[in-house]
Design a binder for this molecule. Sequence first.
Ligand code: LMR
Length: 393
Amino acid sequence: MLMQESVADREIFSRLAIQPPDALLGLIGLYRADRRPGKIDLGVGVFRDDAGRTPVMRAVKAGEAKLLRDQESKSYLGAEGDIRFVELLAEVAFGAGADRPVGIQTPGGTGALRLGAELIARSRPDATVWIGTPTWPNHAPIFREAGMMTRTHRFYDVASAAIDFDGMIEDLREAKAGDVLLLHGCCHNPTGADLNSAQWQEIGLLCARRALVPFIDLAYQGLGDALEADAAGMRGLLDMLPEALVAYSCDKNFGLYRERVGALWVQSGAAELVRSNMLALARSLWSMPPDHGAAVTRLVLEDDALRADWVSELDAMRARINELRSVLAASHPRLAAIGDQRGMFALLPLTPEAVDALRRDHGIYMAGNGRINIAGLTLETVPAFVAALASYL
Ligand code: LMR
């Protein structure tokens, strides 16, 4: 006898549950709908200039003009994307003349993280990915959707506005050989608190001793201290270990956000094996990465004048952020640590209620955990911002 099935059971999507909308991306719409003239957008992580714009960088505009003029075909390139782009970006990430891990182009840093997650899951499905708290809210879902287990370790203590390095090392005692340690290469999102060179060294020793594999998310190179300095911790770690993964994003340092430009590199003794699996996975995930942004990045990096202009504009973006950091740090004792931290973000010691009240009563938009995008401020708006904030600190 046939079982009675309800219509709802027969429908293919009936077993899905409604998912909460992405809180960070949701801020974009909320801010746009707010009609108050003095509103301040410190939400999603995009660079803003003094006028609150997120401009297309000069060198990128010039690269795009060149691409439009000279591109003769849009025929397929293959799952690896633009090979010359990957080579030139590797010089930026790993240094000229350095040994290069195997790498392919990916759709943004998220694509790189997902591809790395799929690669690990394919080979070591029982590995756990260790993720510091707090972190970018998309990190854990990326690994979980690839079928991996995740666990958290302490990273940043909001009350003391400092990295809890002892807590991190203590929590990692439970990591087992072959587990993966997710690290932020620089400009930690959401805290701005970066590991110092002694801490990078200690993590390298820990990974070597315990056979942990670091997976470094490098999404803000050049927005902390300088292009080279921002990669130094990661480079040192790669020198100490046989295996590591690096997810790179050009969203912020080339201002290419929606073009989705990134790369995944994997350091491994089994380079050919890894490469063939990266290509097979990429083919099934997105077939080939989008070309435009990567082609433009290649044109910028292979032209000395455009490259120099990109570096100088990136320097100016960083200088703007770091000036705002100094001003914020001097404006209130509870903000003092912001002066020593780096990158676009700072994590304020605010309750969710305070974050809501700042939005409701003052038109100040930030992530629910109290993360602010410092680039959303200007020297003119800092006093009003700090005045509104002060009663909640
Ligand atoms: C952010 O953290 O605001 C950015 O990385 C944007 C994103 O994709 O979440």
